[in-house]
Design a binder for this molecule. Structure first.
Ligand code: SF4
Length: 468
């Protein structure tokens, strides 16, 4: 059961707006952006939510009202593979109103979805909701700052100032458990070369201590930001909530930010699993990814946390340019070394997706050896982990292939969304020429493409210098 302070009855004159999350409730309710949009929409209109695992996304979560009875549907696209469900919902529901999509995937590249939605919102939508829900036709959306209908030559991404945090939220059983989500910041101060967040939520913004909400009636809070431990007052905030008896779950942790005090506070906050993302076990590849956390820093963090956590979960990437089989197998070797501090370790492996707007956007998927070599390396690492009693979470390669095709495609990949197999689109996994116009170049995220290309070339020179 959830606690929803916003739910209201429909009154004549209010526009009916559907907020659709084409994925599971557990992810949707743990999304602070959606919480904020829902709260604001219910001040402007009559809004209900739709989730893929409730009525197949065809009826509202609150009252079971069919989607076709709403005037506007706002879809939040967090993952490229959610496009399939979004298309299915639109087809099956026979929705005839205005269809708008937003979210990180749209900010990345909406081109494969042209023809499916009437418009896209590129940016953080909070300040623009009033204008959007007032539109009576798709044509009226055109001209609103941040809106892309397919006709605009260039669209500048909209971002908001972080003011006062929302005081009330829906409390449901989400990805962080039953908790209040506290958004500490947006954007990131780091420069990891593979990271889309750093580009599409720039500039980094932190919420001030005095703008944080007063929280009542829940036992747990989740601290949300792309890299929450980089908040200048992270320790103070953590301490504040721990001392008031809350369980606290940070959305992620950076190994180089963990010290004795933070480790103690996390234990008191009832964090059971220490989750870190070293990304690679090769010092050279760290330079390519610009992750800026050495193995010594990782070992140091895990040693500090020794005896305080039940499990260590480590996120790694595979398919990085210049990567050798030895680099991949070193992941298991290092995990073996860390077992003496935290005996239970899980490795979660994900292929690198060369995302639009990042300096790695010109790369092919899978690294030098392509998909076949990627598969071979994954199996070798899996065997090595099993041999040493390390839990291994294997990536679903098909999902990552689909993700890459949809993230970097244009209208020509839309057949994929109409049931065509991905094998017809494998060419989309190749590299791009540096001077080629890319489908997402029309979005202005505030960086210069020439500078991004310089960054790419300097990262590739690291590989060439090391003689990979
Ligand atoms: S990967 Fe994490 S630390 Fe690196 S830029 Fe992205 S959000 Fe920041």
């Amino acid at each position: 059961m959830e606690f929803n302070p916003f739910q209201r009855r429909f009154r004549k004159g209010l526009r009916k707006v559907a907020l659709v999350y084409p994925n599971r409730y557990v992810g949707g309710i743990a999304n602070i952006g959606l919480q904020q949009i829902y709260a604001e929409l219910n001040d402007l209109a009559f809004c209900e939510r739709f989730y893929a695992d409730f009525f197949e996304g065809l009826r509202s979560f609150e009252s079971g009202t069919p989607l076709s009875e709403f005037e506007i549907a706002l879809f939040s696209l967090q993952y490229e593979t959610d496009y399939f469900k979004a298309v299915e919902i639109l087809k099956k529901s026979n929705f005839k109103g205005i269809k708008i999509a937003g979210g990180p995937c749209v900010m990345e590249n909406p081109k494969p979805l042209l023809g499916i939605f009437d418009a896209f919102f590129i940016g953080e939508v909070e300040g623009k909701l009033e204008e959007i829900v007032s539109a009576r036709s798709p044509e009226e959306l055109s001209g609103i700052e941040g809106v892309y209908t397919g006709k605009e030559i260039r669209v500048k991404r909209v971002y908001s100032k972080l003011g006062k945090h929302i005081e009330t939220e829906i409390i449901g059983e989400g990805a962080y458990g039953r908790c209040f989500l506290v958004e500490l910041g947006r954007g990131c101060v780091r420069r990891c070369s593979f990271c889309l967040v750093r580009q599409i939520y720039a500039p980094p913004r932190w919420r001030r201590l005095e703008d944080l909400p007063e929280i009542k009636d829940v036992k747990k809070i989740a601290l949300i930001a792309p890299s929450p431990t980089d908040h200048p007052n992270f320790k103070e905030i953590l301490q504040f909530f721990v001392e008031r008896g809350f369980e606290v779950s940070p959305s992620s942790l950076r190994a180089d930010n963990i010290d004795q005090e933070i480790a103690e506070l996390l234990t008191r906050a009832n964090v059971k699993t220490l989750t870190l993302a070293p990304e690679t076990a090769s010092e050279e590849l760290l330079e390519v990814l610009r992750k800026e956390i050495s193995f010594e820093e990782l070992r140091n963090a895990v040693e500090i946390c020794s005896g305080k956590f039940e499990k260590l979960k480590l996120y790694y990437m595979i398919g990085i340019p210049g990567e050798s089989v030895e680099d991949v197998l070193r992941i298991a070797e290092r995990a073996k070394e860390l077992k003496r501090f935290i005996p239970r370790i899980e490795i979660s492996l994900n292929p690198l997706v060369p995302k639009p707007h990042t300096p790695l956007q010109w790369l092919s998927f899978g690294g030098e050896g392509g998909i076949k070599e990627l598969r071979r390396k994954i199996e070798m690492l899996q065997k090595e982990c099993i041999k040493h009693g390390i839990e291994f979470s294997k990536p679903n390669l098909r999902e990552f292939i689909l993700q890459t095709i949809l993230a970097r495609g244009d209208e020509s990949v839309s057949g994929l969304l109409n049931g065509e197999g991905y094998r017809n689109y494998l060419r989309s996994l190749g590299s791009f020429e540096l001077d080629k116009e890319l489908p997402w170049d029309f979005i202005d995220h505030g960086y210069k493409k020439g500078k991004l290309a310089e960054e790419f070339e300097s990262l590739m020179s690291v590989i060439n210098k090391k003689g990979f």
